[in-house]
Structures are given as structure tokens and as C-alpha cells.
Ligand binder design. Structure first.
Ligand code: 4AD
Ligand code: MG
Length: 434
């Protein structure tokens, strides 16, 4: 191997034009014609073409080069040159060695079915589109932390093993907990409400679990949720915070991930529109009226179905808050609307372009007796929620919060058909492997 040269990431290549560098990565595509071979190299930070010419290698090395296969891992040493037309660089290989010569790679350029690709998810993660999705997800996570940091929120790590339902009892995963039964957390919200009285503004961000039997493009059984909770706010304030956060996240992706969005062939115009516009605010009643005009047969008191969300959000050019759903179809902890007690003081945020719900949020019931009554009405046992009720005994305050599903946001921002590609190893009703 040639003597040590600067070891660089492909993303740094433009700073090394004309120089000899070392790059370590994988060959994701290759072709050769006669005495010249082209390897498309990726190293996680980016992509670059390496040119291997028989004339500049000794015969044994060239023979080795001819054995290269897709996904072989390599070290390459060569000179960086800038393409005469623009911001594209390539590397003229002087020397190389294989870490490992890959066997015949199962994923090729042909159209594989989705089930095959999901079975090969451990390998599929390497393809440029999946790479781009993971990087955008990463930006969205970092933006979330940044946003809360700069707004004086404290991150609380809420438990995953819980003794009670956080949302509803129909979608709980039960696990044996020694001689008892525990459930995997559906949300960290109730625990956040406890931490709220210590910190005023709090958030959590972690895996949540729902035994969803639905096989829609929006549902996973394990997904990442961020819950935020704020003291001394009302629903109006709550929606402002949500809008600010989502816009901050969108802006971060548009600033950091244009290359990734291009790989995904994502039209960024609708994202820019969402960023520029004030999000729409419709009451549930107005949403139902609009939906009926658009051809839905949704009932007056019903939750919006998946198709309704698609229909409504395709009709508007920016995300929509749907406020004040009938209380009986929402969670037990939601405060009621003062003027219309049959309605919950809540809102869902629906992403544009057919994507639908990305956030659920509400004002929380902060009165002890009322909350206890609700717990009973919803068929739950007040003694299971004694600690949660305590929070209404010792310095109860008006408060509210919201929770987003990360994969739903990733799917929207990346323009994906299904949330299963928005997480590295999706868990759905039919899939627990790899
Ligand atoms: O609307 P949800 O059920 O609200 C809560 O859990 C509240 N405790 C949040 C809060 O107020 N702190 O869930 C929140 C979000 C949904 O809007 C959706 O984006 C996502 O979580 N979500 C799912 N994502 C993927 N697969 C599923 N099965 C999901 N269920 C909910
Ligand atoms: Mg919801």
C-alpha cells in the first residue's frame, strides 16, 4: 500500500482537489470497459466515483481490481480531481485494497418487491434513498432537541415499562413483569405532567408501542414519539408552540438536506409553502362540513378516518389544526371546552399533501374531582391513577401539551408512501424481523 496520505470523508473531498487522499468505503455500483473501471464509492458521508485504470496499476493489482464486486469494502488511495463541469469530484486510483470482497449482493438495480426489501432491511439501509431518509430523520431529531433547548425545556426520560394505559386500553402490549403485568408505554405524557411541576416546560423523546392491528401506511407498532408539556398555557398557546416547532424542523431539513431531498426526488415546493403559511385552524365541526362537501360520508360525531385525513389535507396547501373533537372519541385526560362541554379542548395537527395526523395535543383536565370522574367514565380505575391524580392535589395549574410521531413527520418531509421506510427496523403487525 502506498505511504500514508490524508484520510478523508467523501463529504470533505472538495477541500482536497488536486491532492492524494485515502478514502474508505463500499463499492455500491461498478462498471468497466476494457482497461478502465469505474467504482461508485460511498462511505456514509457521501458518494464519489473512483476511476481505476490498468495503465496506472501493475498487472497483479489490475487483476485484483477486476475481481471487485458490488458492496465490497475498500480502501482507496488516489488523486482528487474536479469535473470540468461543476461541483463534481472524482478520484483517480493509485492504489487500493479490499477489506472484504462481497458475495453476490441480493439487492440489485431491478425493481424488488417491498416484502423482499423489508426482509433485506439490514442491507437495504445502504441504498441511497434509505440513506437519505435516515439522514433527514437525524436532522429532524436534532432540530427537535435544539428547539427545546433554546426554549428552556428540560428533557425527561419517561419509563417504557408502565403499570397503566397512557392513552387507551385497546392497543396495549402486555409484558410479564415478574409476577405482575406491565405494559409498554403508549406515550410518556402522564409522567411528563408530573415532571412539569418541577420544571415548567418539559419534553420526552423515545420509543412508544401500540398493538395496532391496522395495516395502514400510517401505523407502526413501535414508533418514536416526542411529547412536550407546558405549564400555564391554554390551547391557543399550545398550537403556537406546535407550529413553531414544526416550522423549525422543516427549516432545518431545507437548510441541511437538499442533497438528500434530491435523491428522494422530493418536490420541496409544498414544504416551502407549509413553512411560509400560517397553519390552518378548523374546528372538528368545520372539518366534518368541509369533508362532506368533498364527498366523505363522515358522521357528525366521528373521528376522522385515514381517508378523511387524506382528503382534507390534499385540499389545503399547508398543515391543518383540527380543534375540539367530540370528547367521547378522545382520551380521558383532556379538558373539556368551556362553552361546549361535549367537546374536548384538543387539536390534532394534520400534515399537508395527504399525509394526515402528525401531532395529537390538548389542554389537560387539572381539577381533581373532574379528572377522577373521567377516569371512572372511561372504565379505568382511579386507584391505578392515584399518583396522576395527586398532581391535581398539590399545586395544580392550567397546562397542556402535545406529542408527535417521528415517523409520520419523516414520511411527510421525505415524501414517502408508507411510514415503514421512515424507521431503520420497522415493526408492524406482520413484521418483527430483521
Ligand atoms: O395522538 P396520540 O395518540 O397522542 C398521544 O399519545 C398524546 N399522549 C400525546 C401528547 O399529548 N403528549 O399520538 C401522538 C402521535 C400521533 O399524532 C401520531 O403522529 C403518532 O403519535 N402515532 C403513531 N405513529 C405511528 N404509528 C402509530 N401506530 C401511531 N400512533 C400514534
Ligand atoms: Mg391522535
Amino acid at each position: 500500500m502506498a505511504k500514508a496520505t490524508t484520510k478523508i470523508l467523501i463529504s470533505e473531498i472538495k477541500n482536497h482537489s488536486g491532492k492524494v487522499v485515502e478514502i474508505n468505503g463500499w463499492i455500491y455500483n461498478l462498471r468497466s470497459s476494457g482497461k478502465i473501471a469505474f467504482w461508485q464509492i460511498r462511505d456514509g458521508s457521501g458518494f464519489v466515483q473512483a476511476v481505476i485504470s490498468a495503465d496506472s496499476l501493475d498487472a497483479a493489482k489490475w487483476q485484483q481490481a477486476e475481481r471487485a464486486t458490488q458492496e465490497s469494502s475498500v480502501k482507496i488511495i488516489g488523486t482528487v480531481s474536479q469535473h470540468p463541469r461543476g461541483d463534481v469530484y472524482e478520484i483517480a486510483v493509485q492504489d487500493f485494497s479490499f477489506y472484504q470482497l462481497a458475495g453476490e449482493y441480493p439487492i440489485g438495480n431491478k425493481d424488488h418487491g417491498i416484502d423482499f426489501l423489508l426482509d433485506q432491511r439490514h442491507l437495504w439501509l445502504r441504498s441511497p434513498k434509505q440513506w437519505a431518509i435516515a439522514r433527514i430523520r437525524n436532522t429532524l431529531i436534532l432540530a427537535t432537541y435544539k428547539f427545546f433547548q433554546k426554549n428552556n425545556f428540560v428533557k425527561i426520560d419517561t419509563p417504557i415499562l408502565t403499570p397503566i394505559a397512557g392513552e387507551n386500553t385497546t392497543e396495549l402490549f402486555a409484558v410479564r413483569y415478574f409476577d405482575d403485568q406491565a405494559y409498554l408505554a403508549q406515550t410518556g405524557q402522564l409522567y411528563l405532567e408530573a415532571a412539569l411541576a418541577a420544571h415548567g416546560r418539559v419534553f420526552d423523546f423515545g420509543p412508544t408501542f401500540r398493538a395496532e392491528k391496522s395495516k395502514t401506511r400510517r401505523h407502526l407498532t413501535e414508533f418514536w414519539m416526542m411529547d412536550a408539556e407546558l405549564a400555564f398555557i391554554d390551547l391557543k398557546d399550545n398550537l403556537k408552540w406546535q407550529e413553531k416547532l414544526i416550522k423549525f424542523m422543516l427549516k432545518s431539513v431545507l437548510e441541511s438536506n437538499l442533497e438528500e431531498l434530491k435523491i428522494l426526488e422530493r418536490d420541496v415546493a409544498p414544504l416551502k409553502t407549509a413553512l411560509a403559511k400560517k397553519f390552518y385552524r378548523l374546528t372538528h365541526k368545520q372539518a366534518v362540513k368541509k369533508l362532506r362537501e368533498l364527498g366523505s360520508d363522515i358522521a357528525k360525531d366521528a373521528d376522522l378516518g385515514g381517508d378523511d385525513e387524506t382528503l382534507l389535507t390534499k385540499h389545503f396547501d399547508a398543515p391543518i389544526f383540527v380543534l375540539n373533537y367530540p370528547a367521547k372519541i378522545k382520551a380521558f385526560y383532556m379538558k373539556r371546552n368551556i362553552k361546549h362541554p361535549e367537546l374536548a379542548e384538543c387539536a390534532d395537527l394534520l400534515a399537508s399533501e395527504g399525509y394526515g395526523e402528525i401531532i395529537g395535543g390538548s389542554q389537560r383536565e387539572d381539577d381533581y374531582e373532574t379528572l377522577k370522574q373521567r377516569i371512572i367514565e372511561f372504565g379505568l380505575k382511579p386507584e391505578d391513577y392515584d399518583w396522576y391524580l395527586d398532581l391535581r392535589k398539590y399545586g395544580s395549574v392550567p397546562h397542556g401539551g402535545f406529542g408527535f410521531g417521528l415517523e409520520r413527520i419523516v414520511a411527510w418531509v421525505c415524501g414517502l408512501e408508507h411510514v415503514r421506510e421512515a424507521i431503520a427496523f420497522p415493526r408492524t403487525i406482520y413484521r418483527l424481523k430483521p
